[in-house]
Design a protein around this ligand. Structure first.
Ligand code: SF4
Length: 411
């Protein structure tokens, strides 16, 4: 059970790591309904003496019509709306910076706490393919990251904390809502077609909130996304890949970036704990876990192309060998350099030669288009800039306060 009702408050058990508060009087914070699963919302409505189906009604208002004011939820009685207003809220994380690129890429920086270290970013990348117009949202799961991959701007910022399910699903809510700001409530739709949990942080190290948020992405009363269009990307936390296989049917991506242990230990240090043989075996188990109807027909392999580091033809041949038993699609990512990055981007010719080796061996291998260069689309980069500005503003405020203090003490 996720939580149990006590009067008008909710007690949340540790096991489910729910992010609820206990509003028993005016001073206590309100319950944020945004990140609650359908099961949790049903329990909540039962706990306040209401029918379970209210959960689905409220979820549709929140996640499909982007309504946060209970007064606008017209199929709910006035009495219940008043009750909800007293104890609940629908609150997405605060947007402190947003940037919309000419090529359609959109990027947001959210503040999820105090100070310059409490920022996360989300990027939306549009693309046209044979299935039509796609809008793929890259969602963050942690503030910073502890895994310190050597090519990653987020890794350089260190780990601050895990995001809650409200903060994770809130990124999808904000992205969808950004297209509907001027649209009448009755005409609103969901614009984001695909989600990849591939922003800041390692999603499998924040397992319960990530699974809860992804469950909402799939739920027909919330975003109703196809399980093939919701992808979790991991650097390779092997035991948690097995756990994910038990709990959720979504697509899996592996941030590989190197085809042998020696190089991967250097680029993705978690490889020292879970080396390639273990990682590939867990990906195979993930695929075998379910039948043809699942989202698990293949794994996507992400491979950032670093000039002179992992982009030689011998690396491509090693990849062919490594992945020969794993149904996989390979996505080559031209490196997006950030300030003080120790690497450069591989040349176009080098990337295409690498791709040819993999394609000739029978793999579907694509090269990611570089998008949003004019808004710093490399993961963690925009947060770095906004954090710098915030830090400078904080230092300035501190300096002014110190000067005022000196003036006061002298006066
Ligand atoms: S690449 Fe991913 S796992 Fe590695 S440091 Fe960056 S955010 Fe963390």
């Amino acid at each position: 059970m996720a939580h149990e009702a006590v009067g008008s408050s909710l007690v949340v058990d540790e096991q489910n790591n729910a992010t609820l508060h206990q509003p028993t009087n005016d001073a206590t914070p309100k319950i944020n309904l945004l990140g609650m699963s359908r099961a949790e919302l049903e329990q909540f409505f039962e706990s306040i003496g209401e029918k379970k189906f209210r959960a689905g009604q409220v979820m549709k208002w929140v996640h499909q019509y982007f309504v946060t004011d209970f007064a606008e939820m017209s199929n709910i009685s006035g009495k219940l709306r008043e009750k909800l207003e007293k104890v609940c809220e629908v609150k997405a994380p605060e947007v402190v910076h947003r940037n919309y690129s000419k090529d359609g890429t959109r990027k947001w920086v959210f503040r999820v706490g105090e100070g310059s270290g409490s920022l996360v970013e989300t990027v939306l990348i549009p693309a046209d393919d044979k299935t039509g117009a796609r809008k793929t949202l890259c969602v963050s799961s942690q503030v910073g990251c502890a895994l310190d991959c050597s090519f990653c701007s987020t890794g350089k910022q260190g780990f601050q904390r895990d995001l809650t399910s409200d903060e994770i699903i809130g990124q999808l809510w904000v992205a969808n809502q950004s297209y509907m700001e001027d649209v009448a409530v009755a005409d609103r739709t969901r614009s984001v077609t695909n989600v990849v949990m591939m922003g800041m942080g390692e999603p499998l190290l924040n397992f319960k909130p990530v699974v809860k948020a992804m469950t909402l992405m799939l739920d027909d009363f919330a975003y109703g996304m196809s399980k093939r269009r919701v992808t979790l990307s991991t650097s390779g936390i092997v035991p948690m890949i097995d756990k994910l296989a038990e709990q959720l049917d979504v697509a899996l991506a592996i941030s590989l970036h190197a085809p042998n242990d020696e190089l991967r230990n250097e680029l993705v240090p978690i490889n020292k704990k879970y080396p390639l043989a273990q990682l590939i075996a867990s990906a195979q188990r993930y695929i075998k876990k379910d039948g043809n109807e699942s989202a698990r027909k293949h794994v996507t392999i992400e491979y950032v192309m670093l000039d002179g580091v992992n982009d030689q033809l011998e690396h491509a041949h090693q990849m062919v060998n490594l992945l020969k038993e794993l149904p996989s699609k390979i996505n080559l990512i031209p490196f997006n350099p950030f300030p003080h990055a120790p690497y450069g981007r591989s040349s176009r010719n080098r990337i295409m030669a690498f791709q040819k080796v993999l394609s000739d061996a029978g793999f579907v291998c694509t090269i990611r288009q570089t998008r949003g260069d004019d808004i710093d689309a490399a993961c963690g980069q925009l947060v770095g800039q906004v954090a710098d500005r915030t830090r400078r503003a904080e230092q300035w405020k501190k300096k002014v306060a110190q000067q005022n203090e000196i003036v006061r003490s002298q006066g």
